[in-house]
Design a protein around this ligand. Structure first.
Ligand SMILES: *Cc1c(COP(=O)(O)O)cnc(C)c1O
Length: 354
């Protein structure tokens, strides 16, 4: 077991923060002064290092580049009104990371490395968390195989890293969504429930095709009938029909178990809505729209928290919404924000202090 004191820390001379204006920062473009790096070799994790953010020197034969044993996570740290740094539900991401690792035949990362590493890194970098509502520090843990051989087999060596990127307000404009019937993201027995790099590369062609048709994202459907709703791009999806919130269930392993999804389900329940996690056929969505009971559709995920869907297109049927009249999604977003910035009590224990 790696204890907290076993991390090797190499200090920087001057922070890049002096040169960056945290006011208008594009998502994922700037990285902080430090990164965490740990190598897995000979069946064990070596001593973790926290060192200046820098390029990696890798062999062209690197296994991850060829066969895609690569997984990641996305977490956010916030500064509350009292100026304290807090991380939103990182333990859930840690758990999910190791679920992804197992599915990709990669070693799991010990809690001492993932969680303590995260804490120590954020401690060093807390100046990079903008002390402003709608601002946060995006945390990107990832792991990839590092064998230097092009034989197709699980790698014996891996690298686990954490990098950090400050993010400003994410003005997610309401999206136009195309219900995808040709390409699929995930199948039962596949890797849809893992945050594996290949899932994202595999989705890009279909998304680009939808963009050519004028849409922002696709709503993925099941591989057999192209009827059952899965996810919206890289977000989980919620439908408000009558006084119910309906979101696809996780049983088939085709859906990423979002931490935001879980938080939103909790909040919706507390708001008095009935939340149903179940198979949802697009025909049911259309019928609800025709009956006037489909009131809101939105995506949930760490990057934008809640993204409103203003248009949903299925074959020739177009569902257009006036998002300015919506009440549920904006309220859920406000409740989540108030918890994150310490404006209301964190009754669920979601905010982890350093
Ligand atoms: C990361 C991700 C989500 C959202 O998960 P959060 O934990 O809420 O950020 C949803 N779907 C996919 C495919 C994802 O990769």
């Amino acid at each position: 077991m790696v204890s907290v004191t076993d991390f090797n820390i190499t200090k920087i001379n001057r922070s890049k923060l002096n040169d960056i204006n945290l006011e208008n920062i594009p998502f994922g473009k700037y990285f902080t002064d430090y990164m965490l790096e740990v190598d897995y070799e000979d069946g064990e994790w070596k001593t973790p290092e926290i060192k200046p953010y820098q390029p990696l020197l890798l062999e062209p034969s690197l296994a991850a580049i060829h066969y895609g044993q690569a997984i990641f996570e996305g977490i956010k740290a916030y500064k509350n009104l009292a100026g304290e740094a807090l991380i939103f539900r990182p333990h859930d991401n840690f758990t999910r990371f190791n679920i992804s690792a197992e599915r990709m035949q990669m070693p799991t990362v010990p809690e001492e490395i993932f969680m303590d590493g995260l804490r120590q890194l954020i401690n060093l970098e807390s100046n990079w968390i903008p002390a402003k509502v709608d601002h946060s520090l995006y945390i990107r843990p990832f792991m990839f195989s590092t064998d230097e051989t092009i034989g197709v087999k699980p790698s014996e060596k891996y690298k686990f890293m954490i990098i950090l990127s400050p993010t400003g307000p994410y003005y997610a404009t309401p999206m136009r969504i195309y219900v995808e019937e040709q390409y699929v993201r995930a199948v039962p027995g596949g890797i849809g429930y893992a945050k594996a790099a290949g899932n994202y590369g595999g989705a890009m062609y279909a998304t680009a095709q939808a963009k050519l048709k004028g849409y922002d994202q696709v709503l993925w459907t099941d591989a057999y009938e192209h009827k059952y709703v899965q996810e919206c791009g890289t977000m989980n999806v919620m439908f408000i029909i009558g006084n119910k919130a309906i979101t696809p269930n996780l049983d088939e392993g085709t859906i990423l178990k979002g931490v935001t999804r879980d938080s939103v389900i909790t909040i919706l329940n507390e708001m008095g809505l009935t939340v149903e996690e179940r198979a949802l056929n697009i025909d049911e969505v259309i019928e609800a729209h025709k009956a006037g009971t489909l009131s809101e559709v939105f995506g949930t995920g760490t990057a934008a928290t809640i993204s409103l869907i203003k248009e949903l297109r299925y074959k020739e049927y177009d569902m257009v919404f006036d998002v300015t009249t919506w009440t549920v999604a904006p309220k859920v977003k406000a409740i989540l924000n108030d918890i994150r910035y310490g404006k209301t009590a964190d009754t669920h224990g979601w905010m982890m202090k350093l």
